[in-house]
Design a protein around this ligand. Structure first.
Ligand SMILES: Cc1cc2nc3c(=O)[nH]c(=O)nc-3n(C[C@H](O)[C@H](O)[C@H](O)COP(=O)(O)OP(=O)(O)OC[C@H]3O[C@@H](n4cnc5c(N)ncnc54)[C@H](O)[C@@H]3O)c2cc1C
Length: 402
């Protein structure tokens, strides 16, 4: 018997739709799934390449979720997103997150990084009653296979963990297809109508739409600039990799983020996950990455971003893993994925015109907010307002005005 998810998929675009979504990453797919829940069935999602492909920002098996934010507004929005993840998991009938805690550790200095800071996060968690453990360097060393410097301190948020992003993408894809949405791959959009009432495809086809939602990540500028609506965004090439680890330590790795001040060309911010996957030949591996991009590699033009892992960044990531983490055996791959960055490291989620909405600027933080982002974009496309106050993500704020 056929079920909606295994019916043949239409790949030729229609001429009309209630909602057209441009981009099939986290934001576009979460919006498509949320529109299904809002009862909108006539939805077309157009993806230039393939859903959540390796050259865009949503690729990979894991993303961190946490409430440990230095910004009280983001902390509250992360709490709301966690509530929505719970509902999402009920609908998916499978866990979409692994809750194993998150360790923030490192130096404390009087500055916020793009991920916040240890003292800032501690203040906000105290104010909002979020449970955490404060750890000294020797306690971190005793508990985890990490080698913190004697001056380091740590915060452990036990209710944080990893979103299984690949599972989430598959869940939204199923949800959207089961609702009858058309998700069309290899279908680049060339332009958005000046009045926002449709899109033109690179193959010359036109789709009229009541609402257009732009979720094209680092490529948003290219579609919005001709309309005079492009926000100010930078593209950062971000390096991450998998390392095999000593099987004897495999179940002791925490999810961690290390804060250190910049020294020379070492930006100082590194992160890693527990063992959540294995190599094809069965060796346990962790995912780790650096959380800065050198100024000379940041670009405004998305197609100008380097896609080759720069040798110096690979060298710095290797040096951190092999020197500061116990049991690291071998780097088995390296990947460059882009951050879409605003100057205040906050997102843009807003209605740009009465029938055109945008999500962009997801930086290294937006995946944990995905159910909130999807629901909010769906509400905008239905002519409503987001269910919570998202004025901090306005496209009108000074930080994103081009
Ligand atoms: C290395 C890395 C680590 C991260 N870690 C975390 C984390 O730990 N926790 C967390 O919460 N977040 C994290 N993030 C952030 C999060 O993953 C991103 O913010 C999010 O995935 C962005 O999704 P998106 O849908 O906006 O963009 P994308 O995933 O880039 O999707 C945009 C899509 O639009 C398509 N497109 C572009 N132009 C067109 C066009 N003209 N026509 C049709 N399609 C088009 C693209 O091909 C692409 O598929 C991380 C991001 C990266 C890169």
């Amino acid at each position: 018997m056929s079920t909606p998810s295994n019916l043949p998929r239409t790949t030729s675009p229609p001429s009309q739709a209630s909602v057209v979504i441009v981009g099939g990453g986290m934001a576009g797919l979460s919006c498509a799934a949320a529109l299904a829940r809002h009862g909108i069935s006539d939805v077309v999602l157009l993806e230039a390449k393939t859903l959540a492909h390796a050259g865009a920002s949503s690729f990979g098996e894991t993303r961190m979720f946490r409430e440990m934010y230095s910004d009280p507004v983001l902390c509250r929005l992360a709490q709301e997103a966690n509530r929505l993840w719970g509902e999402e998991e009920v609908q998916a009938a499978e866990p979409l997150r692994e809750t194993h805690g998150l360790l923030f550790y490192g130096e404390s200095w009087d500055e916020e990084t793009i991920e916040g800071s240890i003292p800032g996060a501690r203040r906000v968690m105290d104010d909002q009653g979020i449970p955490y453990e404060a750890l000294r360097s020797e306690e971190i060393r005793a508990r985890f296979p990490l080698k913190p410097k004697p001056t380091f301190t740590g915060l452990f948020e036990p209710t944080a963990g990893a979103v299984r992003s690949d599972r989430v993408i598959a869940h939204w894809t199923r949800t959207a297809r089961n609702a009858g949405h058309q998700l069309i791959e290899h279908c680049p959009v060339a332009g958005i109508d000046a009045d926002g009432a449709g899109v033109s495809l690179e193959n010359g086809h036109h789709i009229s739409a009541d609402q257009v939602v732009v979720t094209s990540g680092i490529w948003s500028q290219l579609l919005l600039a001709p309309l005079g609506l492009a926000p100010k965004l930078e593209v950062w090439p971000m390096l991450w990799a998998h390392y095999t680890v000593d099987p004897a330590l495999a179940n002791r790795y925490p999810q961690w983020f290390c804060f250190q001040q910049q020294r020379g060309d070492d930006g100082g911010l590194y992160y890693g996950f527990p063992v959540l996957s294995h190599t094809d030949d069965g060796r346990p591996r962790i995912k780790a990455g650096i959380d800065w991009a050198p100024k000379e590699l940041r670009v405004a033009e998305p197609n100008a971003m380097t896609t080759e892992p720069p040798a110096r960044l690979v060298e710095l990531l290797d040096a951190f893993l092999f020197n500061e983490v116990d049991g690291i055996q071998e780097r088995v791959d390296t990947v460059i994925s882009p951050y879409s960055m605003t100057s205040d490291v906050n997102f843009i989620l807003d209605r740009l015109t009465p029938n055109l909405s945008l999500f962009a600027g997801g930086s290294g933080q937006a995946f944990k907010f995905a159910p909130l982002i999807g629901d909010s974009l769906a509400r905008l496309a239905c002519g409503d307002q987001p269910a919570v106050d998202l004025s901090c993500w306005s496209h009108q704020r000074d930080a994103v005005r081009a």
